[in-house]
Design a protein around this ligand. Structure first.
Ligand code: SF4
Length: 206
């Protein structure tokens, strides 16, 4: 089992890794070679290099939205998808406008597309946010299918719920990046709860 998150050595960040922990994943030379080979695949090579170059180009200067737009432009994409949460529809409109100003064609699909009540897929009435009321289900599979049908070259996930985002990633034909990770109580800044893990959020994390 690998435990990088608890590693105090972090030899992997050095030019000449040594003193590897006993369970260091770098000991699996075969796997590391296969991973390196995968970066050379046609479907990965330019995408990975372009994404990696962005890190240096805008290091500590560009916000993620600019990095996302620049990735699209530098990859030569013409048509991108925007799968967004209804709760962040204003933010989605801002992103949509920015993408269009950058010259991209944008296909956007809201999470509630379909307008189907949650109970239709087996969610118990009592587990709705407001039991007894019509509550449209989030529909990440449809969001992905609609963007697939439109042949978007790259998809942006904006504010999809935990787990719903997973299903969107699963069903999207195009590669996906997440621009906003939904976190209602922190203003969509999940790391904020971690920064306060020993303080204000101490009793609210498990
Ligand atoms: S890859 Fe190896 S050296 Fe790097 S954090 Fe993981 S266990 Fe530590």
């Amino acid at each position: 089992m690998y435990t990088c998150a608890q590693c105090a050595i972090q030899s992997c960040g050095q030019a000449a890794p040594e003193h590897l922990p006993g369970n260091c994943p770098m000991r699996d030379n075969s796997l590391m070679s296969r991973a390196l080979e995968a970066y050379q695949l046609e479907e990965n090579r330019s995408f990975y290099i372009t994404a990696s170059e962005l890190e240096a180009l805008g290091y500590c200067q560009w916000p993620r939205v600019k990095e996302t737009i620049q990735l699209c432009l530098r990859m030569g994409y013409k048509k991108v998808g925007l799968a967004f949460c209804r709760g962040l529809r204003k933010e989605a409109q801002v992103v949509d406008n920015l993408l269009r100003r950058a010259g991209l064609e944008v296909v956007s699909v809201i999470c509630k597309t379909g307008g189907i009540d949650k109970t239709c897929v087996g969610i118990p009435e009592e587990h709705k946010v407001h039991p007894g009321a019509f509550e449209p289900m989030c529909n990440p599979i449809a969001q992905a299918m609609l963007l697939n049908e439109q042949h978007t070259q790259f998809n942006i996930a904006l504010g999809l719920c935990v787990g719903h985002d997973s299903m969107f990633y699963k069903y999207s034909d195009a590669l996906v990046t997440t621009l906003i990770a939904k976190d209602r109580v922190t203003g969509h800044s999940p790391a904020a709860a971690l920064y306060c893990a020993e303080g204000y959020f101490k009793d609210r994390l498990l």
